[in-house]
Design a protein around this ligand. Structure first.
Ligand code: PLP
Length: 382
């Protein structure tokens, strides 16, 4: 069996990497924006090389083989039979969040979501004069829970849409079937379109937890759903801008396409090439990546609270390569600046909806040695 090497990563300093450019010229380990430092899967590299060797880079359409790679993976992994007609290709998921807001809510109408959450869930509605409404999660018994009563109270006659992050960034939470069914029933009862961002669905770390695509819960929910997916996070190809919206209902799909028309750029030929190889040929790589990320998670969950006893990891990290941590106990006026000063670049929790100064997010999609060094630096400031 081929062993993939996640312990070594190429030098990204001096490249086009957003993650590394932020701290150019400074000795700061960047553990912020959500891409990984690993080389992408070999079948993707081979497919891209062959596509480059072809040498013609015209306007592209997905081939039947590309579509089959996606629908095949969804059927095999999640038992979801997706009709190719339901797929709308997009250059990014944030694009999908923005188009969804414009397609299914009018100016001033409301988009509900659960916070903390990936910041574009709140900014996408705002970009077009729609109103985001965040309902905070509650922490109970070491688990992030939906506050169902607060969610009901947040619905108004202007609520049109519900944005779900499944699994959740930044809480790394995998939703259980009963929770998804209750959310689905909530959307149907209040006549809301459900936009389910499932970009992290192939990154579930706990093997006992299945990913359940929201649209598979019931035909009634499928008919009011927009599911956003991409190979970006799992196979480390976010810079290739290839994503998809899966919209089973033809009327909803037409509204979505109308809102996107003339504004949303097409996916590129290299993006389609990478996407096809990712979903069809990279399962052994993905399984080894998951094992490696699990090891990174276990290392951090053990080492961080030992290095900084006042830092709290409040709930299990079930999915993603993102660790949400409570640093309020450290009593720092500006935790991000504090850790940058020690040489570790983390994401501030405030834009996700956390109380300023309380939470940080750490990206552990990197070689273990980087994390060992980051923990050493973070501890040094104690
Ligand atoms: C939940 C979620 N949605 C969307 C994105 C970004 O998607 P894209 O780069 O395709 O716009 C991210 C990236 O971190 C994410 O975590």
């Amino acid at each position: 069996m081929t062993r993939f090497d996640f312990d070594h990563a190429p030098e990204r300093r001096g490249t086009d990497s957003q993650k590394w450019q932020k701290y150019a010229g400074r000795d700061v380990l960047p553990l912020w924006v959500a891409d990984m430092d690993f080389v992408s899967a070999p079948p993707i590299l081979d497919a891209l090389r062959a596509r480059v060797d072809h040498g013609v880079f015209g306007y592209a359409r997905p081939t039947a083989a590309t579509v089959e790679a996606v629908t095949g993976a969804l059927a095999q992994r999640y038992g979801w039979k997706v009709d190719p007609e339901w797929i709308v290709w997009l250059p990014g998921l944030v694009v999908g969040l923005n188009v969804t807001a414009q397609a299914f809510a009018g100016p001033g109408e409301e988009v509900l979501t659960l916070t903390p959450v990936y910041p574009p869930f709140m900014s996408a509605p705002r970009n077009s004069g729609r109103a985001p409404v965040g309902v905070p999660f509650t922490l109970a018994g070491g688990k992030w829970e939906i506050d169902w009563e607060a969610l009901e109270r947040a619905v108004t006659p202007r609520t049109r849409l519900f944005y779900l992050c499944n699994p959740h960034n930044p809480l790394a939470r995998v939703w259980r079937r009963a929770e998804l069914e209750r959310l689905g029933e909530f959307c149907v009862r209040h006549n809301l379109v459900l936009c389910s961002d499932e970009i992290h669905c192939d990154l579930i770390l706990d093997p006992s937890l299945p990913h359940i695509p929201s649209a598979t819960l019931s035909p009634a929910l499928a008919a009011r759903s927009v599911t956003l997916m991409a190979p970006s996070k799992t196979y480390n190809v976010p810079g290739l801008g290839t994503s998809l919206a899966i919209i089973p209902d033809a009327t909803l799909r037409a509204r979505f396409n109308r809102a996107a028309a003339g504004i949303v750029a097409e996916v590129t030929c290299l993006g389609f090439t990478a996407c096809e190889a990712a979903y069809r040929d990279c399962e052994p790589w993905r399984q080894q990546l998951l094992a490696y990320l699990r090891g990174n998670r276990d290392y951090l969950v053990d080492a961080l609270p030992r290095a900084l006893p006042d830092l709290k990891i409040e709930a299990p990290v079930e999915a993603t390569y993102l660790l949400w941590m409570n640093v309020a106990g450290l009593g720092l006026p500006n935790p991000v600046a504090h850790f940058e000063g020690l040489g570790v670049g983390l994401s501030d929790g405030a834009p996700f909806g956390a109380r300023p100064g309380t939470h940080l997010r750490l990206n552990f999609g990197c070689p273990r040695a980087t994390l060992v060094e980051a923990v050493r630096r973070m501890q040094a400031g104690r």
